[in-house]
Design a protein around this ligand. Sequence first.
Ligand code: AMP
Ligand code: GLY
Length: 423
Amino acid sequence: MGQNVLVVGKGAREHAVAWKLLQSRRVDYVFVAPGNAGTLTMDRDRCTNLPIKVGDVDAIRNAIEAKNIDLTIYGPEDPLIAGHADILRSHGHLVFGPGADGARLEGSKSFGKMIMNKYGIPTAQAVSVEGINQADTAVKRATMPVVIKADGLAAGKGVFICQTVEEGRRVVNQLMMKNLLGKAGHRLVIEEFLQGPEASLHVVTDGKTFRVLALSRDHKREFDGDKGRNTGGMGAYAPLPDQSWLNSAIKTIVRPLLAALKAEGIKYRGVIYIGLILTKDGPKVLEFNCRFGDPETQVILPLLQSDLYELCDAAARGTLSSIKPLIWYPGYATGVALVSGGYPGTIKTGKPITGLPLVSPDTTVFHAGTRYENGQVLTDGGRVLTVVGRGSTLDLATAVAYNGVKGISFEEMAYRKDIAQTN
Ligand code: AMP
Ligand code: GLY
């Protein structure tokens, strides 16, 4: 008998995970909680949405028991940081996603830094400060530019790159005295500014061994040429043409990190997404995330030939060493996020989307903020769709993605025109 899998989340990342799970011969049925119009309509015989909020762990547990779900895969970080994987495991359920102890790598920047410093993992030099006086002193002592980071979760809004001491002190004041980001900004990490291209390194682990996923890069700023505000991600591509640094990253970052988790008594079962910067002194860690990247997942999974269910199931069970090395399709994938005008600020929703479904062998459209109403797909969030193109070269994949974008429209649709064309 095949397996039932639950994917928790509602973004394009979760649509991509559900889409890839449906390609597994071992999977009978995929539930997505709460999902979106894409997960609802992709395969009505084998996949449906459950009207459950991502953070409602009791409802998720009830659904697992009522629907005989064999494996639960978490998309977003918040419920993992809140310990929901621990709760489900304590009831005997199999979960892909770390417990609260491992999720702290993302939930607290100073915890992540502490681990890196204690175990010699290369990262920006930093101090962790509490209180305005400590923060002010650290900014005055720092070399400019300096990077100021809120300790807690800030949905991509917690990083400030400051060119002068005055600017740094203004940011510190906003965070600590004016509560700009609430509690997340009461402890800060003040760190050295690093330079180089960035890369996303995803490592699936069962706490003992690991598998590396295709290397990818996302584009976080809202406008072409990396201008404008930070967003959740405006696009991504994979694999990276230059992978010369990977062995060094595995030796200096991945292996020491997994050893560190073990030494700290943390049994990590899920994916660690390591945000890297490739400096002239080698790869260094910018941040840890306790989940798949979004939009990176939308370009990684279409390239994966191996069975995603088997990978996640083995990581959740602690039997990752038993699965074969991962196999990848040749070629590249480029993903372009179509967003509601105004994103990452105030946006309007409820706009009809035309041009869906897009049927082409090399293009896949993953839904993010969409909902299905009276036979129509409507916008329902900031990031609305990720259009993914595949091709034998990166340029071809990118051309295919933008060709797909041409057919789709909704009022005030916006997107970057330079995905996969800059670092
Ligand atoms: P984070 O959320 O920590 O990944 O930071 C968001 C973005 O801020 C990164 O993708 C980088 O572009 C930038 N950033 C963060 N830390 C640094 C640093 N130490 N030096 C330079 N840029 C940084
Ligand atoms: N790609 C950015 C993130 O998932 O956090």
